[in-house]
Each structure stands twice: as C-alpha cells, then as structure tokens.
Design a protein around this ligand. Structure first.
Ligand code: 7MF
Ligand code: ZN
Length: 880
C-alpha cells in the first residue's frame, strides 16, 4: 500500500546505505493476469556504514509478497516484518543471498510506475522510485548492482523480450512460452532497470565509434509505426558522434535500444542500453509530425543518449542531487541542438521557457534551489528549476571557464567519478580543480532559490568620456529562505555607439585593443563599472546571450529598444529588445478603452521585419511571435488574465490590419518550392507563413481565409496542415472551423500522436476551447483518461495555454481543473500533481480570481484519500 502520510525527507539526514547489493538476478514470469518476479540479491554489509547491528530494510510499494529466503532457507513470517512499504529483517549476516518472490498486476497498474501494460505490451518506468513497485529492494541510487534478467512470456503475444545490456541466452519453454536472458556488465542503480515485452517490429542500424567499435542500434515500435523511426535513428547517430567530438564520450555497450510506448508519464527515460520513449517524443513522419516535433525528438533522443555518461556512468548519490544529471544533460542537449541548427534561435527558445515557466516556479510556492534541501514526493521535483535552471547554472560555469577549461573539467569529472554515485558538489569541485578557479561563491546557485534581480543604472560623464554602469543584485525571499547572499553572476555586455557600432570596452583609460564584449563578474551586492574613452553616451546591450538566469531592470526607452532591435550585433539581444518593446506596448494597453492607440513605432518595426527578406528569416520568425500570455501574466504584479488577453489581441489585430499587404506578400514569398526538409531555413519559412496566416485570420481577411483553406487542402506536411488548421480554428469563420476540424479528424483518427495535436489545437483556442467545448472533448471517442498524453493535450493545454478561458471570471475554469485533478488523483497521482500547477499560482492574480483559485485548491486538499503527490503541491501552495 502507498502511504498517504505526508512525510518530509531531508538532505541533511543522508546516510550511506548500510547494505550494498553487488548482484541482482531477476526472473520475470509474465502472464495476462499478473506477473511473478523472482529476485535473488547478493547482499553485503557496507564497510562505510560503521559497526553494530543494523536491520536490513528493503523498499516496496503495492507488492504482494509470496516468499522470502535467506541463504537458501525460506523464512517464516516471524523472521521478517512486512510493513507493505518496507520489508525488514532484524538480523542478517555480513554477506548473504536474499531470495524474494513478489506478485504484481501490471494490467491494473494505472499509475504507470514500475511494471505496467500499455496497449498490449509490458514496460517499466523505474525513475525515481518505481523499482520498489517490482520487487523489495534498497531503492536508492547509491546502491549500484550488476543485473541479470530473465524474461518469460507467451511467444505469440510477446515475441520481443528486452532488458538492459546484452542478450546472453534465449530459448523455448512449455505451453508456447519462451524466454530471453539479459546481462549488463556495468553496475547501475535500480532506477535504470528496464524491461519491455511485446509484439514489436525491429528497425536496425549501426554506428561505428571513434575507436572503431560497431554498435548495434535497434528501435522497437508497434507495427503501425514502423515508418516513423528514421528521424529518431538519425538523431541518435548524430548524438553519438557529437558526444564523441565535443565531450570525448564513446558509447560503452555493444547494443543500444530505443522503444516507443504510448502510455508514459514523462517524455522519455535513459535506462541503461534500453531507452524508453513516450511515442510522441520519438515517432515522426513528414505527414504526421510538425517541425516542432521533429526538433523536440532530436533533442530528446540526444538528451537520453547523453545520460549514458551524465547520469548512468556517473550517477546521483541521492535524489537531492537530481540536477547533477538533469541540469548537466539539458545543458549538453541544448549545446547539441544549437550545433545542429541556429544557435540564436535555440537560445531564444530556451530563454522563453525559462522566463515564462521557470521564473514563475521560482517565484511561487514550490520554489526550491536546484539542489533542494527537502521534499515530500520526489516525482514532484522533476521541475523546470532542476532541469532548466540547473542547465543555466552549468552554462554559467561554461561561460566563466571558457570552452577549453570547461572541457578539462568535464573530462576530470567523468574520469574521477566513473562508476560512482556523486553530488553536485563533486561536479563543481572537478570544474574548480581542472580550471584553478574558485567557485565557492558560485556554489550559492545550488543552495539559494529565487530569481536574482539585477537593477542597472547608468550615467555618462561627457567631459571625461566615461560611461558608468551600476549594477545592484537582490534575491527575493522564497518559502523558507530569506536574507540571501549575493551570488556570482557572469554578465555579458556590449556598448553601442550612435550608429550601432560596437564600442571598445576600456576598463582603464587608454587601454589598447580592448574587446567589444566582456563578461563582467558580479559578486557583490552593488558594483560599479567604468568604461573609458567614449565620445558619446552609448546604448548598453545588457546580459548578452542571456548569460545568467536573472531578471534585468533597466529603464529602457522605446527608442533604445527600437535601436537595439535593429543594431545589436548579438542576435539574442535583438530579439530580446523586440520582446521588451512588445511587452511594454501591450502592458500599457491593459485595462485601457478598446480604441486606445497602439504605438506606431511598433508597427514600423514589425513592418520592417515582415518585409525585409534580407534579414535572418529564422530570427524574424521568432521576433514576430508576440510575447505569450503566460509570459505577460508572469510579469504582471497582480494579473488580470482576461484583460491581458484582450490587450494582446488588440495589438495583434492592430498589427495585422496595418501590415495586411505585407503579410500577404510575406506569405507568398515564404511558400516553398522543392521537397520538404527539416532544415533551419525551411523551418523559418514555414513558421513565417503560418504566422502570417494566423494574423490574417485574426482580422477576418478573405484572402487570408482562401490561403488557409488551400494550404489546409494541399499541404504535404503536418506543420503547414496544422498551421492552417490552427489559424482557421482561431478565426471567426465558424463553418470553416467545424469543417476543417472534422476533415482533419477523419483523416488522422487512427494516429494517436496526431489526435493529440488535434485535441490541443482546440483546447488552446479562445474560440474553440471554451469550457463547454472542453467538456465535449473529454467525451470524445478518442479521449482516454488512462493515457497521459490525451489528458495533457486537453486538460493540461486548456489550463496552461488557454488563459482567457481558464481564468474566466466566474471561476468555472478553476472548478473544472479541480474536478479533473481529483478524478486523476486516484488513477495516476504523478500526472494529477503536474496538472495542478496553474492553480498554485493563485497569489499572482487579481483578488477576484485568486480567491476562487484558492477555493478550488482547498477543495482538492479536502478530497478523501488524496495522494502524497497532489497533497505536497496543494499544501505548499496554500500555506506558502
Ligand atoms: C529532454 O530526464 C529534457 C527533459 C526523467 C523524466 C527525461 O531523461 C529524463 C528522465 C521528466 C521531465 C523532463 C524530461 C525527462 C523526465 C526531459 C526529457 C527530454 N530521467 Br519527469
Ligand atoms: Zn534527463
């Protein structure tokens, strides 16, 4: 049984494991009505755990215990204590063999943790604490064992039987059953264990490593998906090559396997030698996947592959160190994506996610440092802070050390800790030792939560030609943390002269060959920097490339932002200036009358973007995206979501009317000749023409409507098809909307990944996604409460991205979400806990809203039998 007693786990209570398990021998008997797991553990006392009698305690969850044996002798019930979540044997020898048999019901496992069934196949998910749902075990990452796994199942229904490592034996059994045995040569924590059994097709390829070893690459998918594997396979090979070239990391086993599973709580999982993916994060074809999906798949395949070193060879000592593997691996996969496409665009995408969602988390009731000090339910800590802020922290080390010393540091880290379970501090220490730099103040990034605020002021002394920049840092209070110490912040800076020319940054008068960009290092609460030898007051280009995850406050004038938008040599900051300008314009219109004027300079700037085809089209495509509602809400003091939605829509319509002819021209110019390819240039063109369509349909433009309908009919790829669909769905052409939705569904209803996109186009639409329509989607034949992707594509999309409807003034959106969370809590608490997130931000909204959100949260809190997962989130957001 799962205990719902909320219990807090503290980092400060960490103790080394009293017993180690050197070897695990597993035998799975898989049946339709359940599975029997025979486990034989080679256990020994940990010499580091000190002397004295310590009972053996094994974790378990939802298990039926059939028998326990110690060194070949079956124990009677008096010899051990079975508390359900723990199996305790009071006294054991120094070294012994423990045999445990458990019985599970994978077919009834709706939590999708441990061993479960998904569309006819068996699969597992063990991170973080799912292995205890399979057998009794010390389920903690600092216990590392060599695994041998034998799987037995009916041969007709489950011809493919997979686990980690190499297949060492196989054969037929009685009654039409068969078995395969797998063995992994490297000790690993049990969270990396995996098993798959099903009727799957195999796609094979090979990769020759830098040392000349041939690796067997195998993908396993359901037969209907056999044509959707190429992109993932190519991405895998690119990732393997990149990790050799950039990090010197070679793959270490003879086989690497990828499996696609439809029902999966997360995106993917890096199980040793056997990565398991959510189907939506690995399967793609031109006809069914968007450009965004293609890019996401490449990044996720890379992420999971990179874990083989950053996570598997060197793993985490405990779950407080989660960012050790996740922050580093996200940093690695973002470097990879950057190298495979446009670095500026990749940076813009990462920063947009960080500033909207991670900053919101860091300023909310669940705020935590990237190395938390405590948690109740670890699955709630797979957060944007651990992943994205964690990656930013690694990125800052990279910026401070430079690429060569960073590489030296990562080499030392992998060499020093290969085969170990370590801490974030071990990572920082390796970086320090390899570079000779002192990162002691930098370590505060791991301990202090909250987004630092940098307040920048400047003055120009015309007489002396000195430009003076004063930077003050403050870190806001977060739950349980006040009075924070100043952090070590790399701050990249440039100064632009009157014509946009980069100025030399002379920190001393007369300095020769001064660079035009510098990374200033902020360490104190307030610091002043002086730049000498300037003939006029420059325009500062602050925090280039977003060199630190901080908020910058500087009194930009709209003139300065327009100037930076067109002149800053840093592409990221050109985009950032455009976003700041658009934010400023929209914010100034919130709550004003419908006919309040829109600053004509914004129109001029956007006209330039839409019509000048000599500009970098990938960057233009990004600059034309108005700031999202979620970002505008994050920036607001006391957010009135419907008013923000309204102001944003007014600006968009104003731009669309003013630029109508330019948009038509831009659309026609961006239409592709030639075959579909997922290249940065083509992605940019498709994005541009779909933005043009979306804007034209916002103003009911007849020609825009014709173009959208034609594109919908004739598209040879999903990006264009769904671009046209979305534009029409968000328009006032109600008959068209109904028709294209219907046609789309009829054509793709057999493809779950496409149906998920179809759901979310509707759920995020301010026209087609009002509450009664959302209720209807939940009744749709293709909706399935047991499938997390379907839940996310309707309920998650509505609450997270359809902000005007979700924040409807009568509170109906909040009540709806509370109902769905309560419903899901019984079947899949991990997904339920994630779904609550939008409600936890209640304090950030205008009083009429926040009261209703709070009431909805209280209703969830009072639900009988609430899971630990949802309890933690709801409780913290109500008291925080
Ligand atoms: C890229 O981190 C970035 C993040 C845990 C599950 C995958 O490899 C993972 C797993 C969660 C949230 C995000 C990601 C993952 C998980 C993820 C995937 C690809 N170890 Br939960
Ligand atoms: Zn990961």
């Amino acid at each position: 049984m799962r205990t719902n007693q909320p219990q807090t786990i503290y980092l400060s209570d960490y103790k080394v494991p009293p017993y180690l398990v050197d070897h695990v021998d597993l035998r799975f008997e898989l049946f339709e009505n359940g599975a029997r797991v025979h486990s034989i553990l080679a256990v020994r006392r940990n010499p580091e755990a000190g002397a004295g009698d310590i009972p053996l305690e094994l974790d378990g969850d939802s298990l039926v215990l059939e028998s326990v044996g110690l060194d070949g002798v079956t124990l009677n019930e008096a010899a051990f204590e079975n508390r359900g979540d723990k199996l305790i044997i009071a006294s054991v020898p120094e070294r012994f063999e423990l045999a445990v048999v458990t019985w599970l019901e994978p077919q009834n496992n709706t939590r999708l943790e441990g061993l479960y069934k998904s569309s006819g196949m068996f699969c597992t998910q063990c991170e973080a604490e799912g292995f205890r749902c399979i057998t009794y075990f010390p389920d903690r990452p600092d216990v590392m064992s060599r695994f041998r796994t034998r799987i037995e199942a009916d041969k007709r229904s489950y011809p493919v039987l997979l686990s980690n490592g190499n297949d060492v034996d196989r054969g037929d059994l009685d009654d039409g059953r068969h078995f395969v045995s797998w063995e992994g040569p490297f000790p690993k924590p049990c969270y990396l264990f995996a098993l798959v059994a099903g009727d799957l097709v195999e796609k094979r390829d090979t990769f020759t490593t830098c040392s000349g070893r041939d690796i067997d690459l195998r993908m396993y998918v359901e037969p209907r998906n056999s044509e959707k594997c190429d992109h993932a396979m190519d991405s895998l090979k690119r990732s393997m090559r990149w990790d050799e070239e950039v990090y010197g990391r070679e793959y270490d086993l003879d086989i690497f396997m990828i499996v696609a599973v439809d029902d999966f709580n997360m995106g993917a999982m890096e199980n040793k030698g056997l990565n398991i993916f959510n189907s939506s994060c690995v399967l793609a074809s031109q006809d069914t996947a968007t450009d965004l999906a293609f890019q996401r798949i490449e990044a996720i395949v890379a992420h999971e592959y990179f874990h083989n070193w950053s996570g598997n060879r060197v793993t985490c000592r405990d779950w407080f160190q989660l960012s050790l593997k996740e922050g580093f691996t996200v940093f690695r996969d973002s470097q990879f994506s950057s190298d495979m496409g446009s670095p500026t665009v990749k940076r813009i995408e990462d920063v947009a996610l960080l500033r909207t969602a991670q900053f919101a988390e860091d300023g909310g009731p669940m705020a935590h440092p990237i190395r938390p000090a405590s948690y109740m339910e670890i699955s709630n800590f797979y957060t944007l802070t651990i992943y994205e802020k964690g990656a930013e922290v690694v990125r800052m080390i990279h910026t401070l050390l430079g690429p060569d010393l960073f590489r030296k540091g990562s080499d030392l880290y992998f060499e020093r800790h290969d085969g170990q379970a370590v801490t974030t501090d071990d990572f920082v220490k390796a970086m320090e030792d390899a570079s000779g730099r002192d990162l002691s103040q930098f370590r505060l990034w791991y301990e202090q939560a909250g987004t630092p605020v940098l307040t920048v002021a400047d003055e120009f002394d015309a007489e002396q030609g000195i430009y003076r920049l004063t930077i003050k840092q403050t870190i806001p209070d977060t739950p349980g943390q006040t009075d924070k110490k100043p952090q070590h912040i790399p701050f990249a800076l440039g100064l632009l002269g009157g014509k946009g020319e980069s100025q030399p940054l002379r920190l001393q008068a007369g300095e020769q060959d001064a660079p035009t960009e510098r990374v200033l290092e902020l360490t104190g609460e307030t610091q002043v920097f002086e730049f000498h030898g300037l003939d006029g007051c420059p325009v500062p280009s602050l925090l280039r490339q977003f060199s630190a995850p901080v908020r910058v406050r500087y009194p930009w004038t709209r003139e300065q932002l327009l100037f930076l938008m067109s002149h800053d040599p840093d592409g990221f900051n050109r985009w950032d200036a455009g976003e700041r300008l658009a934010v400023d314009v929209i914010q100034s219109l919130v709550g004003t009358p419908k006919d309040a004027p829109v600053d004509s300079r914004l129109v001029t700037a956007y006209r330039h973007l839409v019509s000048d085809s000599s500009l970098d089209q990938a960057l233009v495509a990004k600059m034309l995206q108005l700031p999202s509602e979620a970002y505008l809400i994050e920036l607001a003091e006391s957010a009135d979501a419907p008013a923000i939605h309204d102001a944003r829509e007014r600006v968009l319509k104003h731009l669309a009317i003013a630029l109508r002819d330019d948009l038509i021209a831009c659309y026609r110019r961006s239409v592709e000749a030639g075959a579909y390819q997922v290249t940065p240039d083509q992605i940019a063109r498709r994005s541009l023409r779909n933005t043009a369509l979306a804007w034209l349909l916002q103003i009911n433009d007849e020609e825009g409507r014709e173009l959208a309908l034609r594109q919908f009919r004739e598209a040879d790829n999903m990006t264009d098809r769904i671009g046209a669909l979305r534009a029409l769905v968000n328009s006032d052409y109600e008959d068209d909307r109904a028709q294209v939705l219907e046609q789309f569904y009829e054509r793709f209803k057999e493809d779950p990944q496409v149906v998920e996109q179809w759901f979310s186009v509707q759920a995020t639409s301010d026209r087609a996604g009002q509450l009664p329509q959302i209720q209807q989607l939940l009744q749709h034949e293709a909706f399935d409460w047991k499938n997390p992707n379907k839940v996310r594509s309707v309920v998650g999309a509505f609450a997270g991205q359809n902000l005007a409807a979700f924040h409807s003034p009568d509170g109906s959106g909040y009540d709806f979400l509370a109902d769905q969370v309560c419903r899901l809590d019984d079947s899949n608490p991990q997904i339920a806990a994630r779904l609550v997130t939008p409600l936890t931000r209640w304090k950030r909204f205008a009083p009429a809203h926040s009261q209703r959100m709070k009431t909805a949260l209280e209703r969830i809190r009072d639900k009988a039998g609430l899971s630990r997962d949802v309890y933690e989130v709801v409780h913290k957001s109500l008291v925080g």
